[in-house]
Every structure is written in structure tokens, then in C-alpha cells.
Design a protein around this ligand. Structure first.
Ligand code: HEM
Ligand SMILES: *[C@@H]1O[C@H](CO)[C@@H](O)[C@H](O)[C@H]1NC(C)=O
Ligand SMILES: *[C@@H]1O[C@H](CO)[C@@H](O)[C@H](O)[C@H]1NC(C)=O
Ligand SMILES: *[C@@H]1O[C@H](CO)[C@@H](O)[C@H](O)[C@H]1NC(C)=O
Ligand SMILES: CC(=O)N[C@H]1CO[C@H](CO)[C@@H](O)[C@@H]1O
Length: 327
């Protein structure tokens, strides 16, 4: 497909987000057809997060990676097959995704109760919501409209076209969110997800330390030390995204960024315009849980990107494979 046409489709869907793309979704969508669906997902996420909070971070990131490539259609879950040997999952940005087993467990339990009823794309959205709730100590609590269908395509090459990279500057970040119908404020608000989970040294160490004026020197030395110290035991060591409240989904991220302690170049880039700096300051100073509320709203908006309906999707039986493979 010509690049122009592709862009036109993306933009038209983004413009229609409020109507045909997003408007098809509904809170409580499975109330009648599978009333336990959301409770089952919450149960699996709760169990997984209790065992390893990092999996919760992984589930929040999974929604982002799903929605930015081919829309929120569970394309990120598809395993390689002989027919499609290079799905999104195999692309470099996905090398560090985690949480797939939680989605599989939830889908398995849901299929036992109401077969072929609940899409994997909806399970990904519910799981990200539940992980946000749990990691924020229930301060982030929002409802997720559902009714997404699962896609049948997944193409590793496309992840590079749509997912922003950790070395992106502000205009590149703004551009990649705008291409998905999200504004500057959505981008700043959603970046607060970097208050949980990890980042591997390869995603920041060289690039971030290359501009010493943007990073606190004490912080820089500590990163250098930790990335080096671990190299002996791991090829690509990881550190907490948020060195202060590592397992808590909160606005600490913005305090870190303001103190020149943002981990990724893309985090530090939020200070490169007056407009985004003001947003970072507002979130850092907030005591009324405004960021928490805005985060919920922005997650719902992200979870509505290019949603598939009608003939363009299906409800998979297993989240790792499209249905036609099973029959
Ligand atoms: C603004 C552009 C963004 C960039 C450039 C970016 C990039 C990255 C990178 C490089 C990592 C580290 C992966 C690793 O090395 O393991 C990461 C982790 C993470 N990202 Fe982002 N990200 C962005 C936006 C988002 C958004 C919108 C969300 C969700 C709302 C998100 C949620 C997360 C989470 C939760 C982690 C930790 C994952 C884990 O611990 O497994 N990110 N991100
Ligand atoms: C994946 O996308 C790339 C770039 O858009 C395209 O060249 C390639 O043919 C696609 N691969 C498949 C299997 O569809
Ligand atoms: C951001 O990066 C792009 C691509 O490398 C570059 O063209 C642009 O000039 C950069 N913008 C700023 C403000 O540095
Ligand atoms: C870097 O952070 C430390 C606190 O760990 C602080 O004492 C120091 O003043 C900061 N450096 C700069 C240049 O802001
Ligand atoms: C989770 C997952 O499937 N990760 C894959 C990401 O891509 C690399 C290759 O670049 C695979 O080896 C990983 O298995």
C-alpha cells in the first residue's frame, strides 16, 4: 500500500475515533454474554502481580504496543507460524515485552466458561486496566469500554513504523502519538507509566549519557555503575524505571523527570519545550490525584485506537493464533 494511502487510512480512523472506531465500544459489553469475563481477568492479573509486580508493568506496556501497531486488536499476541513467520512479537521493541502468560491464562479460563465470546484484544485492555489499579494501590480506577475484535495480521516491520523509540526527541514523540489520534497532553500523561517496571541498559545507557547537561551527574554515575556491575551476569541488564518508588504507579515519574533523573532520552525530552515542561511540573506538583484520573482517561483513549469491528476481525479461540489455523 502506498505510504500516502496508509497515512490517510490511519488519519481517517483517528478522526473518527469518537464515532465508528471508538464509539462501537461499550462499558459492560460482556454483561449478558459472559458476565464473569472481567472478574476472571482481574483474578489472573491479581495473582500474577502478587507473584511479580513487574508483570503488571508488562501488561500496561502490552496495551500500548498492541494499540500503536494495527490498532488494539491483539496483533501483538500472535506467535510466529509458517504462514506468518515475522509477527510484531519478533520485532526488536518487543523483545522485552512480558505478561503473555497472564493473557493466555485469562483467555483459557474465559473460554471454559463462554467459548468464542470474549476477544483477546478486550482481555489485553482489561488486563492493563487491572494492572494499573493494582500497581497504583487502587488510586487509578477506570472503566474500559469493550467490544474489540481480534485482528488477523501482525507484521514485525510495522512496529518500527509506529512505536516511538527510546531515543526519540520531543517532535518525534509528538508525531508518533498524533499519528494515532493522541495529543501532546495524552503523550505526557501516558509517559507516567514509566513510574513502574524496568528498562534494559541497551535502551538508554549510551544515548542518555551522551548529553550530560540533561542528566543529574549523580544519577548518571549510578546508572553507569549499575549497568556495568550487572554486565557480568546478564547480556543486557535492566534497572527500575523509577528509582524512587519502583513498584508504584504514581506521579513520581514527573518529579524524576524534573530533577533530570528521567531514565530514557524520551523521558528527558519532555523538558525540551515550555508547553510539555509545564505539564510535567503540574503533574509533579499534583496532590489531588489529577494525574491518576487523567491517566485512566488517556488509557481509555489509547485503548480505542483503530478498533476493528464487523468483517475486519474475529474472536480468537487462542490468543497466540488466528482462528483459521485451528480449523
Ligand atoms: C512516549 C513514548 C514511549 C517510549 C519511547 C517508550 C519506551 C520504552 C522503553 C524503551 C522501555 C524499556 C523496555 C525494556 O528495556 O525492558 C519501556 C518500558 C515501559 N513502558 Fe514505555 N515507552 C513509551 C510510552 C509508553 C506508554 C504510552 C506506556 C503505557 C501507557 C508505556 C509503558 C511502559 C511500561 C509499563 C514499561 C515497563 C515494562 C516492563 O517493566 O516490562 N510506555 N518503554
Ligand atoms: C510487512 O510490512 C512490510 C512494510 O509495510 C511489507 O513490506 C511486508 O510485505 C509485510 N509483510 C507481510 C508478511 O505482510
Ligand atoms: C528530532 O529528530 C528528527 C529526526 O532525527 C530531526 O529531523 C529533528 O530536527 C529533531 N528535532 C529537534 C527539535 O531536535
Ligand atoms: C543531583 O542529585 C543529587 C541528589 O542525589 C543532588 O544533591 C545534586 O545537587 C544534583 N545535581 C545537580 C547538578 O542538580
Ligand atoms: C516475547 C517474544 O516473542 N520475544 C521475541 C522478540 O524478538 C526476538 C528476536 O528479535 C525473539 O528472539 C524473542 O523471542
Amino acid at each position: 500500500m502506498a505510504a500516502g494511502l496508509k497515512l490517510a487510512l490511519v488519519v481517517s480512523c483517528a478522526l473518527l475515533l469518537a464515532e465508528s472506531c471508538h464509539g462501537a465500544l461499550e462499558v459492560g459489553y460482556y454483561r449478558k454474554t459472559c458476565p464473569r469475563a472481567e472478574a476472571i481477568v482481574r483474578g489472573e492479573v491479581t495473582r500474577a502481580v502478587a507473584a511479580d509486580a513487574g508483570i503488571g508493568a508488562g501488561l500496561i506496556r502490552l496495551l500500548f504496543h498492541d494499540c500503536f501497531v494495527q490498532g488494539c486488536d491483539a496483533s501483538v499476541l500472535l506467535d510466529p507460524t509458517p504462514e506468518n513467520p515475522q509477527p510484531e512479537k519478533l520485532a526488536l521493541p518487543n523483545r522485552t515485552l512480558r505478561g503473555f502468560e497472564v493473557i493466555d491464562a485469562a483467555k483459557g479460563a474465559i473460554e471454559d466458561t463462554c467459548p468464542s465470546t470474549v476477544s483477546c484484544a478486550d482481555i489485553v485492555a482489561f488486563a492493563a486496566r487491572d494492572a494499573s489499579y493494582l500497581l497504583s494501590g487502587s488510586r487509578i480506577n477506570f472503566r474500559v469500554p469493550a467490544g474489540r475484535l481480534d485482528g488477523r495480521r501482525s507484521n514485525a516491520t510495522e512496529t518500527f513504523d509506529f512505536l516511538p523509540g527510546p531515543f526519540f526527541n520531543l517532535s518525534q514523540l509528538v508525531g508518533s502519538f498524533a499519528a494515532k489520534g493522541l495529543g501532546v497532553e495524552d503523550m505526557v500523561t501516558l509517559s507516567g507509566a514509566h513510574s513502574v517496571g524496568r528498562a534494559h541498559c541497551s535502551s538508554f545507557i549510551k544515548d542518555r549519557l551522551a548529553t550530560p547537561s540533561t542528566i543529574n551527574s549523580t544519577f548518571a554515575s549510578s546508572l553507569r555503575r549499575r549497568c556495568l556491575a550487572q554486565t557480568r551476569t546478564s547480556d543486557d541488564p535492566a534497572v527500575s524505571q523509577d528509582a524512587v518508588t519502583a513498584a508504584s504507579l504514581d506521579s513520581q515519574y514527573y518529579k524524576n523527570v524534573l530533577a533530570n533523573r528521567g531514565l530514557l532520552t524520551s523521558d528527558a525530552a519532555l523538558l525540551s519545550s515550555p508547553e510539555t515542561t509545564r505539564m510535567v511540573q503540574d503533574n509533579a506538583a499534583d496532590t489531588n490525584r489529577r494525574w491518576e484520573r487523567n491517566f485512566g482517561k488517556a488509557m481509555v483513549k489509547m485503548a480505542g485506537i483503530e478498533v476493528k469491528t464487523g468483517a475486519h476481525g474475529e474472536i480468537r479461540k487462542r490468543c497466540r493464533f488466528v482462528n483459521k489455523r485451528l480449523s
